[in-house]
Design a protein around this ligand. Structure first.
Ligand code: PEP
Ligand code: MN
Length: 330
């Protein structure tokens, strides 16, 4: 249940109610909001005089549910994410590898008119023996690229050890598939005001995915973007299975912007343009596509990154698809 209070309610009164029914209190727009477990269907009689509005919810997807707020938009400088009119294309290599690589990629994307560069610095690799990312040095290279090319930067937080550093250095913080269940990361991101791009855990249900977003929202950060990036199924010919069915569910029930990452779902560059067009045809808020100046030499995810020619060709094919569903690729 989501509970809003009358103007003169004191924090002591709200805390008294919380301790009776459990849940979490957070501040938004100078207002305290209390979210109790969704099993609660009625505010206890003795507290009803302090309540201004209450929303009875069917599951612990609460703040992200369209029956509470129909639609949320995120302002990123002059960009609006989730306004239903744009699909925000984000490109970049899997990992920051060198200044030359990130500078070349940034200048390629900028020339195409793309506004946001994505690259990982703290990589959550499956093997401890492979390239783990440049860490703080990578963040510095991204900051330099932002300065030089005027692009927004998005990079990933892998664990709590560098979370403040990532929040400080980026315009959007990415939480990856393996970190989706890390409630310390989720809560800390909820205490920031930065847009947070939350990827779906590859073994998580839609309920678990959106409940992970609830951890961020219920700390007071409304700027959450969901990202479908493929789930693990019985299929092994492709890296994961892109769950566009889940995207349809999210579009219908959830008030947060939805992005799609076809690169990690497919795992091979040959399928990425087709999956991207399929996703754009659904009317989505954004895309994450991996691109690298020389994909075959990439230090991570080499087989799925598009080279610049492939990326550009794909980019030009997207606008008509987006237009057919009333959107513009930006
Ligand atoms: C990435 O974006 O490079 C990445 C590691 O993604 P995911 O968390 O979806 O595997
Ligand atoms: Mn990657």
């Amino acid at each position: 249940m989501i509970i809003h209070f009358k103007k003169d309610t004191t924090s002591t009164q709200i805390e008294e109610l919380r301790s009776e029914i459990q849940g979490i209190i957070f501040q938004q727009d100078n207002e305290s909001i209390l979210v109790s477990p969704s099993s609660l269907k009625q505010v206890p009689q003795q507290f009803q005089s302090i309540v201004s509005s209450e929303y009875v919810m069917t599951s612990d997807i609460q703040l992200a549910d369209k029956s509470y707020i129909k639609h949320r938009e995120i302002q990123l400088d002059d960009l609006v994410i989730g306004n239903g009119m744009n699909t925000h294309l984000i490109g970049g290599p899997c990992s920051v590898e060198s200044w030359e690589q990130i500078d070349q990629t940034a200048s390629f994307l900028k020339n195409l008119g793309i506004k946001t560069l994505r690259a990982g610095c703290f990589k959550p690799r499956t093997s401890p023996y492979t390239f783990q990312g440049l860490g703080e040095e990578g963040l510095e290279l991204l900051a330099k690229a932002r300065e030089k090319h005027g692009l927004n930067i998005i990079t990933e937080v892998k664990d709590s050890s560098h979370i403040d550093l990532v929040i400080e250095h980026t315009d959007i913080v990415q939480i990856g598939t393996k970190a989706m269940y890390d409630t310390s990361i989720l809560r800390r991101c909820g205490q920031s005001n930065k847009p947070i791009l939350l990827k779906r855990g590859f073994g998580s249900t839609l309920q678990e995915f959106v409940q992970a977003a609830e951890f961020i929202l219920s700390q007071g950060n409304p700027n959450v973007i969901l990202c479908e990036r493929g789930i693990r199924t019985f299929e092994s010919k492709t890296r994961f299975t892109l769950d566009l069915t889940g995207v349809a569910y999210i579009k219908h029930h959830i008030n947060l912007p939805i992005f799609v990452d076809p690169s990690h779902a497919m795992g091979y560059r040959y399928g990425v343009p087709d999956l991207t067009r399929a996703a754009v045809a659904m009317g989505i808020d954004g895309l994450l596509i991996e691109t690298h100046p020389t994909p075959e030499k990439a230090l991570s995810d080499a087989s799925q990154q598009l080279n610049f020619d492939e990326f550009e060709q794909m980019y030009h094919s997207l606008q008509p698809v987006a237009q057919a569903v009333g959107r513009t690729i930006i």
